[in-house]
Write a protein that binds this ligand. Structure first.
Ligand code: ADP
Ligand code: MG
Length: 373
């Protein structure tokens, strides 16, 4: 069943009527550029073919009734400021966007994006709701309009749901384009679509969901952000984007943190250059270097991620790294098509040998952004 049909079926079963429409938005993987968005850096995500879909019908009585398979049903008043739990990712978007004339809705959600796997199910949900509200309430959906939706979704996640997010996820979910990666520049807010069609070159971006939910909320993410701020102050720059080297920082921990950010931004530049020249295989060593840096200098990896990365590379992947905030979640491995099965087997075997959860696999091809479906 297609995602749109799934959300429509949930809607009809729950609310006994037809939705006004269905809208979907993708999960994402970041090819490279991790933990640099809040340092004015660059990153290079692609939108996934896996989407979250919302079916929606407006109401006039200020109520929000929200249903999502696998989650407790939620009925709330639109004016309630503090909604806890998953529905905050929906209500928060209405709160941040304030769509003209919007006075409540029935909403059903169906998703193909694994939740809490570092593939940004949260932004997929927010941006699907945002395009639905925009479409129904007459807000523009051109590039500029989408940028405003992205900002509203970031506010929803930070200020309403209370989860820290730097904006990468929302922007790729709204601006993603099939066959392209999106070079996002967090220093000036610009972005650039860069051709990325791995399949055409006989390559696969294999995503390994390690089955260990990432544990961003336990304070590590906030701590890394503070360390990056401290390093920025010590180097006396506006952001680490402007720094050339971590050398002047004497404190060994802050030195390593800064070295990761500065090195990672430089790797994104090289990756973008390689893609522009059509040399996708050149990403391999950059992925490996990114993982080492995240593991050793930024210290956001964990046993499950390292095990998957090491096994993938040993089985012939051109390169592999953890993606997302870290401490669990997913890994990407760039593979020759002919090696994908070997890599999958090796990663699954390595997890089993160490008594880790059985990983799940999906293939990431660069896909389109949030849309009516
Ligand atoms: P990630 O974005 O990496 O998947 P997050 O922790 O940022 O992980 O977001 C996951 C949270 O987003 C879930 O715990 C839930 O609150 C919400 N969420 C995501 N997808 C859905 C969905 N399909 N239905 C309901 N809530 C969802
Ligand atoms: Mg998220």
């Amino acid at each position: 069943m297609k995602a749109g049909e799934a959300a429509r079926a949930v809607f009809e079963a729950e609310f006994g009527s037809e939705p006004e429409g269905c809208w979907c938005a993708p999960g994402r993987v970041n090819l490279i550029g991790e933990h640099v968005d809040y340092a004015g850096g660059l990153c290079l995500p692609i939108a996934l073919p896996q989407v979250t879909t919302v079916a929606m019908r407006r109401r006039a009585d200020g109520r929000l009734r929200i249903r999502s398979s696998g989650f407790d049903p939620v009925d709330i008043d639109l004016r309630d400021r503090q909604i806890d739990g998953w529905a905050a990712y929906v209500a928060g978007v209405a709160w941040a966007l304030e769509p003209p004339g919007f006075a409540g809705a029935d909403i059903a959600i169906a998703s193909e994006v694994p939740v809490g796997a570092g593939l940004s199910s949260s932004a997929a949900l927010e941006t699907a709701v945002a395009v639905a509200l925009a479409d129904l309430c007459g807000l523009p959906l051109d590039d500029e309009g989408r940028e405003r939706l992205a900002e509203a979704c970031v506010r929803a996640e930070n200020d309403y749901a209370g989860a820290p997010t730097g904006g990468l996820d929302q922007r790729i979910a709204l601006h993603g384009r099939a066959g392209h990666a999106l070079l996002l520049d967090f220093a000036d807010g610009t972005s650039d679509h860069i051709p990325f069609d791995a399949g055409k070159q006989g390559l696969t971006v294999l995503v390994v969901d390690t089955g260990t939910g990432h544990r961003l909320a336990d304070g590590q993410y906030g701590q890394r952000r503070r360390e990056v701020e401290d390093a920025t102050r010590l180097l006396d720059v506006g952001s680490l984007r402007e720094a050339r080297s971590a050398e002047p920082i004497a404190d060994p921990l802050l030195h390593r943190r800064a070295r990761h950010v500065i090195g990672e931004i430089s790797r994104v530049r090289q990756a973008a250059e390689s893609l522009r020249a059509g040399r996708i295989r050149d990403l391999g060593p950059l992925l490996d270097a990114s993982h080492r840096s995240l593991r050793d200098d930024f210290e956001v990896s964990c046993l499950e991620l390292d095990t998957a990365v090491d096994a993938a590379v040993a089985a012939g992947a051109l390169g592999a790294r953890m993606v997302g905030g870290g401490f669990g979640g997913s890994v990407i491995a760039l593979c020759e098509d002919a090696r994908v099965d070997d890599v999958r087997q090796a990663v699954a075997d390595a997890a089993a040998r160490r008594d880790l959860p059985a990983p799940a696999f999906l293939r990431a091809s660069a896909s389109g952004g949030a849309r009516r479906c």
